[in-house]
Design a protein around this ligand. Structure first.
Ligand SMILES: *[C@@H]1O[C@H](CO)[C@@H](O)[C@H](O)[C@H]1NC(C)=O
Ligand SMILES: *[C@@H]1O[C@H](CO)[C@@H](O)[C@H](O)[C@H]1NC(C)=O
Ligand SMILES: *[C@@H]1O[C@H](CO)[C@@H](O)[C@H](O)[C@H]1NC(C)=O
Ligand SMILES: *[C@@H]1O[C@H](CO)[C@@H](O)[C@H](O)[C@H]1NC(C)=O
Ligand SMILES: *[C@@H]1O[C@H](CO)[C@@H](O)[C@H](O)[C@H]1NC(C)=O
Ligand SMILES: *[C@@H]1O[C@H](CO)[C@@H](O)[C@H](O)[C@H]1NC(C)=O
Length: 454
């Protein structure tokens, strides 16, 4: 166990008057059983928002106001939930959710979503499949592609979209020209691709993935989306040759590059180059903590529905970093334990009295409840189990057995003419339009995040 007794902490939460004695969450970080119990509570609350397994509903989708990508992110959290806690209660619903959105070509471009799907949206589903391969989550039933093949399907479709013609490279945010945001190159789209490529390299040992990871990391640095200080900015536009930046910083952008760099560090057997990058990203991440507690920069004003979930990914990716780049363990685990302790103090909301809030720095529930809030608390809590979790498996080590397909998704049947053979509805454009407004504001102060997919 990495933590000293000084960090041992029991959060005995005062329940709100009128709430049952079982309300709120208790977390004793010296006890794996306590961490698992707290995680079970947060997971239960999160999954209570999921209706995709109800009769007549579509598996793999969250109801409005949540966008399609967040369901992919959520199932990634649920793969991790099983991996860290061993609780099998949700594995079937998770597997069903992950498999129902793979699309006709096994690359997470299902027909219902493609018209409004961005590279980042697809990336989150691909990363969930990658996690399933790395943690040896139960294999899909016979006749379905393996988790590794699904991750490779996402990788191959995105590698083919590399846009060398503008700004010397990078992925665009959007996939199709008719979507607003097609002229934006953002850190999360490129970050998901980088992270996935690096982890595919580590899992398969195939140097082609490592080359793509390096190329993407270098490009992101060349246009200044990541500075020499390792701070990651939101995005930049092709219109001005990627000079002006939306300088907003989000926890998930920092985290997605950190874990990718950690995978490259491990893949290169501990190279100094990647060690320096990992350390730089860990150090820059300090900006997201106040008194040791993780916060999302939008918390000082108002976070949108997407942003409310970003701390989940930061927690998830920093925790995974400690396994494959163990030199980061002390710094990262201290942050995670302090943040989880603060997060559970906010889990006093909602009808059952243990819904978690958005901001963890206040010590009380701020009234903001939802999938993102639950996912963030859950990842922060369960990340404390990373020290006792089995190492990620891989084909290189001989432990990873997920079925792969190096050519998955490479037919590129999602070309624009196919998608536009059906009319692009006002609904499609409106979805994209809202975020364009954000992009325009973004360059001076707001930010573009995910794509509306409904
Ligand atoms: C759907 O999944 C949730 C979360 O796992 C579970 O509580 C619920 O019972 C499931 N509903 C059905 C109809 O299977
Ligand atoms: C696609 O959307 C339609 C209309 O909402 C629905 O009937 C269908 O089941 C969906 N398909 C999938 C695979 O989600
Ligand atoms: C665009 O920027 C790149 C550097 O990122 C530079 O090499 C290229 O010459 C620029 N192109 C134009 C047209 O300014
Ligand atoms: C890492 O070390 C292993 C075992 O010595 C070796 O096979 C592999 O080629 C090395 N990887 C790199 C990227 O140097
Ligand atoms: C690579 O990751 C493994 C865990 O999968 C770890 O044991 C090993 O120490 C890591 N390598 C380096 C160079 O840190
Ligand atoms: C390595 O990955 C590349 C890119 O997907 C693929 O074309 C190639 O066939 C792979 N090589 C092996 C040996 O699997």
């Amino acid at each position: 166990m990495w933590f000293s007794s000084s960090l041992a902490y029991t959060a005995a939460i005062c329940t709100l008057a009128g709430r049952g004695a079982d309300a709120a969450i208790t977390l004793d970080l010296t006890s794996d059983a306590s961490i698992k119990q707290a995680a079970a509570s947060a997971a239960y609350n999160m999954m209570s928002y999921y209706t995709g397994n109800h009769t007549g509903d579509n598996p793999g989708n969250l109801p409005a106001p949540y966008y399609w990508w967040e369901a992919g992110a959520m199932f990634g959290t649920m793969v991790n939930y099983w991996y860290y806690t061993g609780d099998k209660s949700y594995i079937d619903v998770t597997s069903q959710g992950l498999l129902s959105q793979i699309g006709e070509d096994y690359d997470y471009m299902p027909e219902n979503q493609t018209k409004t799907e961005g590279n980042d949206d697809q990336g989150f589903w691909g990363l969930a499949a990658m996690t399933a391969a790395e943690t040896k989550f139960q294999d899909p039933p016979d006749g379905q592609p393996g988790w590794l093949a699904l991750a490779q399907g996402v990788f191959n479709t995105q590698a083919a979209r590399w846009d060398g013609a503008n700004c010397n490279g990078g992925l665009r945010w959007q996939i199709f020209t008719f979507n607003n945001g097609y002229d934006y190159k953002n850190s999360i789209s490129n970050g998901c691709f980088f992270n996935l490529a690096a982890r595919l390299a580590l899992y398969t040992g195939n140097s082609t993935y490592a080359d793509w990871a390096t190329k993407t990391f270098d490009w992101v640095n060349s246009v200044g989306l990541m500075g020499s200080d390792f701070k990651v900015h939101d995005g930049t536009r092709i219109g001005d040759n990627c000079t002006a930046k939306d300088n907003n910083m989000w926890t998930y952008n920092s985290g997605v590059y950190l874990l990718g760099a950690a995978a490259m560090y491990n893949y290169t057997n501990g190279s100094t180059l990647w060690q320096t990058r990992v350390q730089g990203l860990v150090d820059a991440g300090q900006d997201f903590f106040t008194d040791g507690v993780l916060f999302e920069p939008c918390e000082s004003s108002k976070c949108n529905i997407d942003q409310k979930s970003f701390k989940a990914y930061y927690s998830r990716w920093t925790a995974a970093t400690t396994q494959i780049a163990p030199f980061t363990k002390d710094t990262i685990m201290k942050r995670i334990s302090t943040s989880a302790t603060a997060a559970v103090k906010t889990c006093t909301g909602g009808t059952n009295g243990n819904g978690c809030g958005m901001s963890w720095t206040t010590g009380v529930n701020d009234g903001s409840l939802g999938v993102g809030e639950q996912m963030s608390a859950l990842e922060a809590i369960q990340s404390n189990l990373v020290g006792s979790a089995a190492a990620w498996v891989s084909a290189v080590k001989g432990t990873g057995t997920s079925e792969g397909n190096a050519d998955a998704g490479s037919d590129q049947t999602h070309d624009e003419s196919k998608v536009t053979s059906k009319p692009i509805t006002t609904k499609d454009r409106v979805g994209a339009g809202i975020f364009t407004a954000l992009i325009l504001i973004g360059v001076v102060g707001g930010s573009a995040t995910m794509m509306i997919s409904e």
